[in-house]
Design a protein around this ligand. Sequence first.
Ligand code: GCU
Length: 677
Amino acid sequence: TAEDGANAWLRYAPLPQANNNHSIPLSIVALGNSKSSPVYTAGQELQKGIKGIFGKKLSTNGTKDTSSSIVVGTIDAYKKAYGDFDEADELEEDGFFLSTEGRDVLILGQNQRGALYGTFAYLSRLAQNKLSPISYVSNPHAPIRWVNEWDNLDGSIERGYAGPSIFFRDGFVVDNVTRVAEYARLLASIRVNGIVINNVNANATLLNARNIEGLGRLADAMRPFGVQLGISLRFDSPQTFGGLNSYDPLDLKVDAWWANITNQIYKRVPDMAGYLVKANSEGQPGPLTYNRTLADGANMFAKAVKAHGGIVMFRAFVYDNHINPGNWTADRANAAVDFFQHLDGKFDDNVVVQIKYGPIDFQVREPPSPLFSTLRKTSTAIELQVTQEYLGQQSHLVYLAPLWKEIFEYDLRVDDRPSKVKDIISSARFNRPLGGSAAVVNVGTNMTWLGNHLAMSNLYAYGMMAWDPAVLPEDVLQDWIRLTFGFDRQVMNVITEMSMKSWPAYENYSGNLGIQTLTDILYTHFGPNPASQDNNGWGQWTRADSTSIGMDRTVKNGTGNAGQYPPAIAKTYENIESTPDNLLLWFHHVPYTQLLKSGKTVIQHFYDAHYEGAATAQSFVMLWQSLKGKIDSERYEHINFRQMYQAGHALVWRDAINEFYHNLSGIPDQAKRVRNH
Ligand code: GCU
């Protein structure tokens, strides 16, 4: 139902009859009474959840001494009320202790937010029928676990696929913040603690008085869930909006202007998380306009928010979108390291450089950005996309956790030591104070949030992996399936199978061997258009001609990009023999007849993979339809429609790509499926 959509994985559906007599405490003791506090929210949520799952209404004003209770609060509040308690000694910021072993259920957070996270963890166990007693401490992998929303003030959303904005309308913050609070609830349940609500390509009128007041209302709506508000800024605002004659970061007038506007915002939003800045990229203004460095630009904002405890997420997605395709050694993939390497150590300590997971742009397969291995004296965060910009825009099922997992676990071998990406973005490898992850989500007013019920597994998995990258994508998925669709075995098996096959299938029918997604890169980023990749300034090139294909990123003969990685990795990618097939065309320019490790030629692999991927997408329809009657008809039909669409569009992809390369290369398909046009 629509309500199921809005509640997503927080439906609290009744447990199957047999477990309904599970004994639960009789009251809730929430050690915090201010209505906007996360601990108060936790009490309300416990009441709601237990009512839904067990059909029992617990009182929220119990005292621990009279009956068995669920006690929720911060560890400090607990100690104050009940004396010493050392079982939760290892709690770190935002962490929680959960115990269901004693007479009382204890949910204790290092802070209020942690207490709320523990509450959601407890309710998730109940809702999944995981009723055996447990006791554990859970701490976050990294402090920054944010989402980004690319919402424009007019209510449209850049790369959003679920209707207009829940935050803005007609140039201003919306009046009704109900959906905003509902979204914050979902985010809190997956332990996301910050949200940047407007587009990276920001509009300076966000800073007018009415909108600052609006930001205050948004922050008020999200504060009870421990979700802190952040905003994106346009670098030239002092000039275009403030009326100064410059936006030079080293101009004192400009500094003072930012300090002043920042103070105004913090007056209304005292706990604002900070700023996100995209500068000097894709035609955006920035410090380079004044021959200042990107660090000068980032630090200007860092100084403005410092006194308020805010941070600056400075995007590493800086590149020139007018590079010359005629130049064999030009490479957009080199841009991040080229722009940032020499700035390592020059950023203020409340700046975090936010790095897209790959060197290009959210493609179906990329190696990790080499910048992760380059910045050692700078806090970094990884940028992921839940919105499926290049990956089917929520009309295709593509479960992304396996892709993220590969990146998180990738060992960059900095100084020949273990250097997994997940340990670089936390303090583990370089001992940096800040760091973590940000995912571009782009929810909209559509009741499904993302435009597709099944796409919500990606949002769920993002939060859980940002908290703990060690979790397995399939486990996270199955928790989400139980919470979203209940306990039917076949439902579990079918959605697991479809989801786990979905990323490989999409890779197969979109772009293989590291050639990128082969979608239309000029406008829509949707549907096949391999011809659009080359001969333009955007640098998402494939270098395909009639005999050969791929980007030569070697040091010896190409763009040198392989050499941006630490030596052990560079060596692997420098040579065709040691480059894995799935990144062959990312790093090498080869004839279509080049033999892969599988023994196939590149071109035959293209043909076969496209048939295979499209066939897998066809199979999703039958799989889904086997669930008819096991899922409410509203969600069943909604997903059925999308699976049929995906099946059809996968055929379009298959034939468009195969025929394009068949025409270009003139090499026949050994299985004689592909024809000329
Ligand atoms: C992609 C996307 C743009 C976006 C940019 C960014 O290129 O297509 O819409 O502005 O990424 O991340 O800044």
